[in-house]
Design a protein around this ligand. Structure first.
Ligand SMILES: *[C@@H]1O[C@H](CO)[C@@H](O)[C@H](O)[C@H]1NC(C)=O
Ligand SMILES: *[C@@H]1O[C@H](CO)[C@@H](O)[C@H](O)[C@H]1NC(C)=O
Ligand SMILES: *[C@@H]1O[C@H](CO)[C@@H](O)[C@H](O)[C@H]1NC(C)=O
Ligand SMILES: *[C@@H]1O[C@H](CO)[C@@H](O)[C@H](O)[C@H]1NC(C)=O
Ligand SMILES: *[C@@H]1O[C@H](CO)[C@@H](O)[C@H](O)[C@H]1NC(C)=O
Length: 398
């Protein structure tokens, strides 16, 4: 302003007039910019950026709270300086804790949060009072919106003791808000991925650590005769670390093991067609469940997660290998007959493949499933051979 008026003094009247008009327009324009972005000017422009710590505190500032950024900064720096002497003065007093998680050795063990959860929290109030209920079980469904009726029915079988986590493979998420439960569910969206792809990426054992049991289910399961709380009771009672509900027998079943028995609560062994089982304690006669509706205990999942391969997304072969994660497998893996489901065999995600050489999408998917199955088998065999070899033993029996 000062510069403008000084230079304007020595000019001709009409030139000065033009300047005044220009200045006036400029001022008016500036006023409107100010009116349009009041929060921006309050929170950002008034604070010299040199004052901000690495964590940007500016967004916390709120006219209503009456706490200015400056106050927070002062408090922050005084706490910091007060106790600095106890940690800085001596080299030997530098923190290095080898028992910390890898990469976190520089931190005091007391500040390390090694595990997490899926509990939503509020943005206000005391953190300790955020959670009115901490669900002890986790259920995930890999879903497309076209299966909404089925999923709605399934989710309703799980009480408030379950965290509900939906993996969306078709990009549709907000559409689910028509269901009341959708608002308390966690939604993860990534297009055209499989259940095991999501499980590997979003169900790390340290993330799902608070859950006693984890259900990793397909979307095409009929749950009319299923009650989740009752299921958990049976699983606990019979010590099942890996389980699935029995399957409705009148559908085309691949395995006898997962077929529902009408006369008992659970079963852990079965008879197969002659010659199918070399050992009655090994799959497919015992020690396995199918991958469409498995339920894992926390400990079993911690092992199984590590076995899932990042690139073998269909998980074929995993069912026969689950037994490697529990001991003895033929006692801790089983099928719950009293709470059972119907496999509806809707080829949903399969249709998300691509048309190739004029073949329907599911051809390519099916082909990949088979290939992955062989790849998984040979990876497992190679890994075990390498291990036993490294021990100086050539035995591969387990
Ligand atoms: C820091 O120490 C000073 C005096 O030593 C004390 O007045 C102040 O309350 C302390 N601040 C904190 C956050 O402990
Ligand atoms: C700061 O140090 C004092 C003693 O020097 C101690 O009593 C206090 O607990 C320390 N505070 C923190 C936050 O570590
Ligand atoms: C620094 O280390 C020496 C021994 O290495 C120890 O005697 C001394 O007490 C330490 N000082 C502090 C402030 O921790
Ligand atoms: C949820 O869990 C609690 C504690 O285990 C139990 O008392 C309650 O009955 C469960 N809710 C339902 C709906 O079963
Ligand atoms: C296994 O090792 C033993 C000696 O350690 C050897 O005699 C035997 O031939 C080996 N078997 C195989 C299949 O390599």
């Amino acid at each position: 302003m000062g510069i403008i008026s000084r230079s304007a003094a020595g000019r001709k009247p009409n030139e000065s007039m033009r300047l005044i008009v220009t200045t006036f327009i400029g001022v008016v324009f500036g006023f409107f910019v100010g009116v349009s972005f009041p929060t921006l000017s309050l929170t950002k422009l008034n604070i010299p950026s040199s004052l901000l710590p690495t964590v940007d505190l500016s967004y916390i500032e709120d006219k209503k709270s009456g706490i200015s950024t400056q106050t927070i900064l002062n408090a922050w720096s005084s706490t910091r300086s007060n106790n600095s002497s106890s940690t800085q003065s001596n080299d030997t007093s530098k923190i290095w804790v080898t028992s910390n998680p890898r990469g976190a050795e520089r931190l005091a063990p007391g500040i390390i949060a090694a595990e997490s959860d899926f509990y939503p929290r509020r943005l206000w109030g005391k953190p300790s009072e955020d959670l009115t209920i901490k669900p002890k079980y986790l259920v995930t469904f890999t879903v497309g919106y076209s299966q909404k009726k089925n999923i709605d029915a399934a989710v309703k079988k799980f009480s408030e003791n379950f965290t509900i986590l939906l993996f969306h493979y078709d990009g549709q998420t907000t559409e689910w808000d028509e269901f009341e439960w959708s608002k308390r569910a966690i939604h993860v969206s990534a297009r055209k991925q499989t259940k095991w792809w999501y499980a590997k990426r979003f169900l790390h054992p340290d993330i799902v650590a608070p859950y006693d049991y984890i259900f990793i289910w397909d979307e095409d399961l009929g749950v009319e005769h299923f009650n989740a709380e009752e299921y958990i009771k049976l699983v606990r009672k019979h010590g099942l670390e890996i389980s699935q509900p029995g399957l409705e027998p009148n559908k085309g079943l691949t395995w006898q093991m997962t077929k529902r028995r009408g006369d008992r609560e659970v079963h852990k062994v079965t008879e197969e067609k002659p010659g199918w089982c070399t050992d009655p304690h090994l799959p497919p006669c015992a020690g396995f469940v199918e991958i469409m509706a498995p339920v894992f205990s926390r400990d079993a999942w911690r092992c199984v997660w590590y076995m899932i391969q990042n690139d073998l997304v269909h998980g074929w072969g995993l069912d026969f290998a689950l037994r490697k994660c529990v001991e003895p497998a033929h006692e801790k893996i089983g099928v719950v007959d009293r709470q059972w489901i119907v496999h509806q065999s809707v080829p949903s995600l399969g249709n998300q493949g691509e048309v190739k050489d004029g073949k329907a999408p599911w051809h390519g998917v099916r082909e990949r499933c088979r290939k992955e199955w062989t790849m998984f088998q040979s990876r497992m065999a190679n890994a075990e051979n390498a291990y036993f070899k490294s021990l100086g033993s050539n035995s591969t029996t387990h």
